[in-house]
Ligand binder design. Structure first.
Ligand SMILES: Nc1ncnc2c1ncn2[C@@H]1O[C@H](COP(=O)(O)OP(=O)(O)OP(=O)(O)O)[C@@H](O)[C@H]1O
Length: 462
């Protein structure tokens, strides 16, 4: 990625993948389907510069922890490369690996699980020194352990040395975990949700400590968190993950204040406690996160995207396209119920279309007729829907009412298509950051459509 300075990256990821081969569910077995691996990390490229704090954000299950574990060699990649200080970390010699394990550490989310309950603080913190044969003799080791305990705010160290984890508070335990990571004087520390299990009142203290330790120990950090206010507070740079992909990365303030990827926008809209100014709204995204076993084609976010791109020659508004695409998805998933509309008093073809064109989004993004009907109906006349799309929808709805689902889908094939589904977007520079979204692929760094109301339509009154 373009950077204003010319430092060398400490960590370089290129096309990194981690797929977990899981046994298939009972339905797959019965239907004789091939088992599908979980594509937890699926093509991530990222540079982390010495002294930086990089944050990785994204909803649960998007692959953050798997990425962190790949970085510290707790997992081997399925594909792709990880270079640390210029060296590829897969296929290292035993000696290089031993050196790597000293230089790279991970702090886990749960200090109740990550510490051995049968080991004292001294044993826990001194263990990495012994394993790595780093310090000669008991006295020197004890002095080193005491120093690092004082550094993490557990002083006087004597009070803590013989304590067991269950005698400590959550905050103290996490400080012990930090001390254990730092005792080997690492260069790079992956912190996976390091304060999320702690009482809210002590989180800031631990985060401030981690900032002080960064200077003192000359650390580079990768923070993994779903908490965007933490990312904002701690991180110089932020990467946003969705279904195993990095969709946007760049300086944290830019990513948060002016998100470019529609998923970043939706993620920040959805979070109540991140400071985003007065115009924060709820997420304008449809539906749920799909399974990482079978992610959508093209841009993985396209089925939920508020800015999905209409095909060339689309003669209506972007909103009308987005709704038509939702109709198609509902049809393909079997979510359009022909029988239900027969009884609802309306003209059946029209009713089915109106059901299909509704958006499953927060109220502020809905049209009036949609809100009034509880999200079941949108008036077609309120949408800027081109004639050929309207005809295709009518043909499709009629076919579905006739019980022919295949024809219902086929009727939309030529009209309701999107470049977003046809191929994966490449991560490309846009201003200070990199964005993987088809809207930025014309090379100008600006989204196609920009603020054009036809492409980014907010609902007008019916
Ligand atoms: N060891 C494993 N075996 C099989 N699947 C796994 C394994 N670890 C993670 N996964 C799956 O990989 C995907 C990514 O998981 P991961 O824990 O990396 O996500 P995450 O973003 O860190 O989520 P969370 O915030 O909930 O921890 C999920 O679908 C998860 O179920």
């Amino acid at each position: 990625m373009d950077r204003s300075d010319d430092r060398e990256p400490l960590v370089e990821l290129e096309g990194l993948q981690k797929h977990f081969d899981q046994s298939q569910g009972i339905v797959d077995t019965v239907l004789g389907r091939e088992p599908q691996p979980v594509r937890a990390v699926d093509g991530v490229s990222l540079d982390i510069y010495r002294g930086d704090t990089v944050g990785i954000a994204g909803e649960s299950g998007c692959g953050k922890t798997t990425l962190g574990k790949l970085l510290v060699k707790l997992y081997e990649p399925t594909e792709g490369s990880i270079r640390f200080d210029g060296e590829e970390i897969t296929g290292m010699t035993r000696e290089d690996e031993r050196e790597f394990r000293k230089r790279v550490q991970m702090i886990f989310q749960d200090p109740f699980e990550s510490l051995n309950p049968r080991m004292t603080v001294y044993d826990t913190v001194s263990e990495p020194l012994k394993i790595n044969e780093m310090v000669d003799g008991y006295d020197e080791r004890r002095a080193r352990v005491k120093q690092v305990l004082e550094d993490v705010g557990l002083g006087p160290a004597e009070v803590y040395l013989d304590a067991f984890p269950d005698e400590l508070s959550g905050g103290e335990r996490q400080r012990v975990a930090i001390a254990r990571a730092l005792v080997v004087d690492p260069d790079f520390v992956v912190c996976d949700e390091p304060v999320s299990m702690l009482d809210v009142s002590i989180r800031a203290g631990v985060l401030n400590l981690m900032q002080e330790l960064q200077d003192e120990y000359d650390l580079t950090y990768l923070f993994i968190s779903h908490d965007l206010s933490l990312i904002r507070y701690m991180c110089d740079r932020a990467g946003i993950m969705y279904l195993g992909n990095m969709v946007e990365q760049g300086p944290t303030d830019d990513v948060i204040d002016d998100p470019k990827h529609p998923y970043t926008e939706a993620l920040f809209d959805a979070v109540p406690d991140v400071e985003l100014g007065d115009d924060r709204r709820r997420a304008n995204a449809t539906g749920e996160v799909p399974s990482p076993r079978n992610p959508p084609s093209g841009c993985r976010y396209h089925p939920r995207c508020a800015h999905i791109i209409p095909p060339d020659g689309w003669g209506g508004s972007q909103e009308a396209f987005r709704r038509s695409f939702q109709y198609k998805l509902k049809l393909e998933r079997g979510d359009l119920d022909a029988d239900a509309v027969r009884d609802d008093g309306g003209e059946p073809v029209q009713s089915l279309i109106e059901h299909g064109l509704t958006l499953d989004v927060p109220e502020e993004y809905r049209r009036e007729s949609e809100v009034e009907s509880g999200g079941h109906r949108v008036s077609v006349s309120s949408l800027d829907l081109p004639g050929d799309a309207r005809s295709a929808l009518e043909e499709s709805a009629q076919a579905l009412l006739d019980g022919d689902a295949e024809t219902a889908v086929a009727a939309l094939d030529d009209v309701i298509t999107t470049p977003c589904a046809s191929r994966e977007p490449r991560p490309l520079p846009s201003g200070t950051r990199e964005v993987a979204c088809h809207r930025y692929e014309d090379g100008s760094g600006e989204a196609i459509g920009g603020s054009d109301s036809r492409l980014n339509a907010a609902p007008a009154e019916d």
